[in-house]
Structures are given as structure tokens and as C-alpha cells.
Design a protein around this ligand. Structure first.
Ligand code: BGC
Length: 462
């Protein structure tokens, strides 16, 4: 009998889901996102309210993750709970996080703790948050405090989630709070966030020398709509530089391209200040030159015609499903950082309420990740966004990224087929032929066929 084909992942590979405090906990009433919601500024006017009720009952979702045999879980701490007023620490909030981290460890899941995921305490936001360099010290003080109190339970830290999204959506497009549209300020915020990461890195390093510390960026592939149009290529390149690579350059302590060098000061002590690179990847856009869009660096973005599309959400666009993009991003980050540190996929997922594309998408993205590993890239883990449907920022409750469906009104949960599939992959530490056959048979050829080096239908790889 022919041996079953499979893509085996390396031993110790981390499998988990990713989430954030404000999107899941509920009852966060002391940060700038709460204010934004109260002001009716989300696209739908919806509010996070009790969210997925994690503040009371995260443990029941951790149990679902345990049933999926995840060996890791990414979650974030809500700064505005732990330090509700400047310099006042809330021990009971800290205690709740201790309980959650202990629970994860009991279930044999390594916690990856994010220290900043888009939300700022109101007192910090009201002092202009990360727009002012002198405010970085507040964040670093918070980081010191939590690491001192949680270091016996966690040693895997992610300082700041997607500085590029926070800076550009909050200060350039105005879609996120504070809703500003000031390009230079957005650049300064980005620079200050990277400086905050570096300072937090050294603070954690001092308190916990064995800790693994990194940050993650959102890498969006931006590709010339017409590859032989020099104008399309220039504008796509510009958008990629600003959105993806500028933050990485700042974090790596590299020289910035002119004229940015004059606008932004370098981040001191940046080189070497991380133990891994966190990669969040969701989609790609094609970019065509458009002289009517100076605000978008003269580029109009749109999906490849005919591409499989995520649900549009209330905002109308979450982009195409493009698995090869993950492979390309992994290679680009590896190249840009000269392979200096391991890589983790700290987020990948899709908005898909019916689970019509998700099983296949997960399989194909993981096959691409596996291909990168086979080619020698040090990818050490994958965190799917997300475990249960949660509050999707400006999109409110109109997006469904969960392996598990959540009805936020009744708090009922219903695992989607993707949840059991992900469980099987984690359990096997592999994508097997039988998993593919049962969940997305139409993907078998791309997964076991042309993806392999010899193109011959692989057997056990790695
Ligand atoms: C963010 C998450 C968000 C996800 C899906 C990421 O950019 O880190 O908070 O829910 O995308 O849109």
C-alpha cells in the first residue's frame, strides 16, 4: 500500500491561535478604543461591550484550544486595566492575568504575551500617546512592571503589535483613533513605536535574560498591477517601502532612504534588539499608478481580478486569499534581516463567516510555510488569527476570523470545520493526505504536487 503523503513540521514547532485583550475580554472602558466606540466612530456604530467575555471566562475558550492540541497561545495584556491611572497599579487585574497564564501552562500551552495591541489607556492617549517621544517612558515603565510580576509564568514576549498599522491607520488614514490624517506625524509615531520596542526589549532582557522578545509587523504584499509598467512598479514599491519596510529598517537600525533620513531620527541601540521576527500576513493588493491619489502615494490598490476573496466586511474589503504571499513575505523578511533571527508567523487568518475558504486557505498557507522551512528558513511557529470570532476594531462585529463562531449576544460558540481541521494538524504536527482529503480535497495538487522541489508528489518531507 502506498505510504500516505504528508508535510511534516519540525519537532517543537509552535501551533496556536492569536488574539488581543480589547477584542476578546469585554468591559474595557478605560482605553482610547472604548472612547472611539462611545463616540460612534466605528463603521457600524457597534461596541466591543462584553466581547468574547474573556475577562470572566477565557478559560472555556482555552479549553477549546487545548482540545485542538495547540501547544501555544498568543494573547495580550490590557495596559489600561493594569495601570488605570498614571502610576496606579491594579493588583486585581494583574492577578487575573496570572490566573490566565497559569491556566494556559496547566494546559501545556506556551503563552506568547503581547504587551501592546492597539489600545492605550485614556490618560496616556490624552497626553498624545506615542506621538510624543517623551511618553515612551510610560510604556517602558508598564513593561517593567508586568514583566517583574509575570516572569515566572511567561518568557515569550511580543512588545508591540503592528506598529505600522497603529501609526498609519491612526494618523494617516484616520480609520483608527485618534483619527488624524497627518503624514509626518504618522511617521513620527511609527518611529517612536519602534523606539519603544527597543527600550522595552532592553528592559525585559535585564529582568529576564532568558526571555524571547520580539515585535510583529503587518506585511501586506503590494505588487505592481502591470509588471512592465515602470509607473506601477514605482508606486507599488513606494507603498511597500512605507507600509512594510520602513518599520523594519527603523527596528534594524538601518540607514533610512532619503529624504526620510532628514525627517526621522534613527532609533538608538536598535541593531540586535529582538530575538525573533514576528510576521502577520493576510493579503496582497495590486497597485496601479493613479495621479488622482496623492494621499496614497499615487497608487490605486485593488485585488487581482478573479482571485478568491475574503468576505468584504462592512468596510467592503478584506482582500484576496493569496497563500504564496506568505512564502514570499517570509523570504523577504529573512533576506532583509540577513537571516539574523528565527521567524514566527504571529498572525494569519481570513474573514470568512461560512468557513467556505478557510480550510483550504489554512492548508495552502501552511504548505507555503512548510516550503519555506524546507528551503532552510528558520520558521518556528504559526499562530492563526483567531480562536473565536471577536470584536474587529472599526469593523465592529461584522468580521468573522474565528476558528470558532461566536454569537456575541448569546455568547454561544460553534466550532467551524476549520477548528477540527486545525486540531488534526496540530496533533499530527503535519498536514497529511487524509486531512487534505477530508477538508479540502481540491487543494491536494497544490499541497503535495507542484509545491515540492521535484514536483513529483512528495512523501514525507522534513
Ligand atoms: C490585527 C488584529 C486584527 C486582524 C484582522 C491584525 O492586523 O493585529 O487585531 O483583528 O488583523 O483584521
Amino acid at each position: 500500500m502506498a505510504r500516505e503523503r504528508k508535510l511534516q513540521f519540525p519537532e517543537g514547532f509552535l501551533w496556536g491561535t492569536a488574539s488581543s485583550a480589547h477584542q476578546c475580554e469585554g468591559g474595557n472602558v478605560n482605553n482610547q478604543w472604548y472612547r472611539w466606540e462611545q463616540q460612534g466612530r466605528t463603521l457600524t456604530g457597534e461596541r466591543s461591550a462584553v466581547a468574547a467575555n474573556w475577562w470572566q471566562q477565557a478559560e472555556r475558550d482555552f479549553e477549546l484550544a487545548e482540545q485542538m492540541e495547540n501547544n501555544a497561545l498568543r494573547l495580550s495584556l490590557e495596559w489600561s486595566r493594569i495601570e488605570p491611572e498614571e502610576g496606579r497599579w491594579d493588583e486585581s487585574a494583574l492577578e487575573r492575568y496570572r490566573v490566565l497564564l497559569s491556566d494556559l501552562r496547566r494546559r501545556h500551552m506556551t503563552p506568547l504575551v503581547t504587551l501592546h495591541h492597539f489600545t492605550d489607556p485614556l490618560w496616556f492617549a490624552d497626553r498624545d500617546g506615542f506621538a510624543r517621544e517623551e511618553n515612551i517612558r510610560y510604556f517602558v515603565r508598564f513593561v517593567r512592571f508586568v514583566v517583574e510580576h509575570l516572569r515566572d509564568l511567561c518568557s515569550f514576549w511580543l512588545t508591540i503589535n503592528e506598529p505600522n498599522v497603529y501609526a498609519f491607520l491612526g494618523y494617516l488614514t484616520g480609520e483608527f483613533p485618534p483619527g488624524e490624517q497627518r503624514a509626518l506625524r504618522a511617521l513620527h509615531v511609527l518611529r517612536n513605536l519602534m523606539a519603544a520596542h527597543v527600550q522595552a526589549f532592553y528592559a525585559i532582557r535585564e529582568l529576564q535574560p532568558e526571555g524571547q522578545i520580539g515585535y510583529c509587523l503587518n506585511y501586506r504584499l503590494l505588487e505592481a498591477a502591470c509588471s512592465y509598467s515602470p509607473l506601477d512598479r514605482v508606486v507599488a514599491g513606494l507603498q511597500e517601502t512605507f507600509f512594510n519596510w520602513l518599520a523594519l529598517k527603523l527596528a534594524e537600525g538601518e540607514r533610512l532612504p532619503l529624504p526620510l533620513r532628514f525627517a526621522l531620527s534613527a532609533v538608538p541601540r536598535a541593531a540586535g534588539a529582538r530575538d525573533y521576527h514576528g510576521i502577520n500576513y493576510y493579503t496582497r493588493d495590486l497597485v496601479a499608478f493613479d495621479p488622482r491619489r496623492p494621499g496614497e502615494l499615487f497608487g490605486r490598490r485593488f485585488p487581482r481580478p478573479g482571485a478568491p476573496m475574503q468576505d468584504p466586511g462592512r468596510g467592503g474589503y478584506f482582500g484576496e486569499v493569496y497563500p504564496e504571499g506568505l512564502y514570499r513575505v517570509l523570504h523577504s523578511v529573512y533576506r532583509s534581516t540577513r537571516g539574523n533571527k528565527p521567524l514566527y508567523v504571529t498572525e494569519h487568518g481570513l474573514n470568512d463567516v461560512e468557513d467556505r475558504l478557510r480550510p483550504r486557505a489554512i492548508l495552502e498557507h501552511l504548505a507555503m510555510l512548510h516550503r519555506a522551512i524546507r528551503e532552510g528558513l528558520p520558521v518556528r511557529g504559526y499562530f492563526h488569527w483567531t480562536l473565536v470570532d471577536n470584536f474587529e476594531w472599526n469593523e465592529g462585529w461584522g468580521a468573522h476570523f474565528g476558528l470558532v463562531e461566536l454569537n456575541p449576544r448569546t455568547q454561544e460558540r460553534r466550532p467551524r470545520p476549520s477548528a477540527s481541521m486545525f486540531g488534526e494538524i496540530c496533533r499530527a504536527n503535519a498536514i497529511t493526505e487524509s486531512i487534505v482529503e477530508r477538508y479540502a480535497p481540491e487543494a491536494a495538487a497544490t499541497i503535495f504536487g507542484p509545491v515540492t522541489a521535484a514536483g513529483s508528489g512528495a512523501r514525507v518531507l522534513i
